[in-house]
Design a protein around this ligand. Structure first.
Ligand SMILES: NC(=O)C1=CN([C@@H]2O[C@H](COP(=O)(O)OP(=O)(O)OC[C@H]3O[C@@H](n4cnc5c(N)ncnc54)[C@H](OP(=O)(O)O)[C@@H]3O)[C@@H](O)[C@H]2O)C=CC1
Ligand SMILES: CC(=O)N[C@@H](CCC(=O)OP(=O)(O)O)C(=O)O
Length: 308
């Protein structure tokens, strides 16, 4: 039996992780009541007595949680926040990209952000294989359900009078930029244009590309085939067959989903392509990814308990 403590268990990501662990006899959840869940000494105790701590906290509180762990304790950490995604000594918790064995052996795992999960799933393997240039000026357009912003954004969108569409990130300093650049192996920061719509969960992340302007001029079919080969055997990441849909939709009441679907759409003539990832920000974008990594840490089947 593996002891698991979710620090931030009352938040959006924490609650979804607990729901995925319900009924799993391999785990015993350590819980703090409402009065003590923000109490540093109660958290210190829980953080040090658990086998795995999953941090579902704002960045500062996640850094504080790590500092509360005695380095001599056996506690292993999965951090869902963006505090450690490019930090030394942390394994980036994207098993399909870094290798499931590396995640399984790590003591400190930093889970990818939801938007970077879509971007990196599309671009990192293609850059690694030399099919897309590392020095290209990439753009990422994305739309997310409002649960991506945690309790504060959920309250804003559910209070009445919610906006029909919220574009943001105009300072071009979004906290996801460093991990997108680092883990895709890029030479330049991407331009990231995120937006939120009044649906609870789900996201579409898109990378538009002028393939014809690249020196190697790859075809959309080549990119799709390379992604399919890279993720062959994955139950979590799938690649859509060739063919262009009329539209891609985010459902208003989508069920939780821990997979991610990638697509490559090319135009006639082959100059342009749109790389598209569809996922649940609370699934592979957060809580599903945390459970996948927890399974790996505990030597359990990687997709146990996931909603695929
Ligand atoms: N939502 C998403 O789609 C994704 C979220 N993440 C990341 O996961 C982390 C959690 O996000 P999310 O669940 O959405 O956020 P929420 O705001 O929904 O939840 C955060 C929780 O942390 C609690 N908390 C804050 N400070 C402390 C503290 N010092 N000690 C203990 N608990 C504390 C909050 O308490 P209170 O209830 O009192 O406010 C709240 O319950 C964030 O870093 C976020 O960026 C990552 C990927 C996707
Ligand atoms: C819709 C929305 O507000 N999304 C959040 C990101 C959610 C997420 O991925 O969390 P991390 O920041 O921990 O990666 C944002 O843009 O800041």
């Amino acid at each position: 039996m593996h002891k698991v403590f979710i620090d931030g268990a009352a938040g959006t990501t924490g609650l979804e992780i607990a729901a995925r662990l319900e009924g799993r006899s391999e785990f015993a959840l350590i819980t703090l009541d409402d009065e003590r869940r923000k109490d540093a000494s109660a958290r210190r105790e829980a953080l040090n007595e658990t086998d795995v701590a999953i941090l579902c906290l704002p960045d500062d509180a996640a850094r504080e949680a790590v500092a509360l762990i005695d380095p001599a304790s056996g506690t292993r950490v999965i951090d869902a926040s963006s505090a450690h995604r490019t930090a030394e000594g942390w394994c980036y918790g994207f098993p399909e990209l870094v290798g499931a064995d590396r995640v399984a052996d790590a003591r400190r795992i930093s889970n990818p952000g939801c938007y970077p999960t879509g971007f990196l799933a599309l671009v990192a393997p293609l850059v690694r294989e030399g099919l897309l240039p590392a020095d290209w000026p990439y753009t990422v357009n994305a739309v997310s359900g409002y649960s991506g912003g945690g309790k504060a954004l959920i309250e804003r969108f559910e209070a009445g009078g919610a906006p029909a569409f919220r574009a943001y990130g105009y300072d071009m300093a979004h906290k996801h930029l460093p991990e997108m650049k680092r883990h895709a192996g890029l030479e330049h920061p991407v331009i990231f244009a995120p937006a939120v719509v009044p649906a609870y969960r789900g996201m579409i992340v898109e990378v538009p590309l002028h393939l014809g302007a690249m020196a190697n001029d790859p075809s959309a079919d080549t990119l799709r085939d390379a992604l399919r080969a890279f993720y062959a055997g994955s139950k979590v990441v799938t690649v859509r067959d060739e063919g262009v849909p009329g539209e891609l939709l985010l459902e208003q009441d989508a069920a939780p989903w821990d997979g991610i679907e990638l697509a490559v759409f090319g135009n006639e003539g082959g100059w342009n392509a749109r790389l598209v990832a569809r996922l649940d920000n609370l699934g592979k974008g957060a809580s599903g990814a945390a459970v996948q990594n927890l399974n790996l840490l505990c030597g359990l089947p990687e997709t146990a308990g996931l909603q695929l």
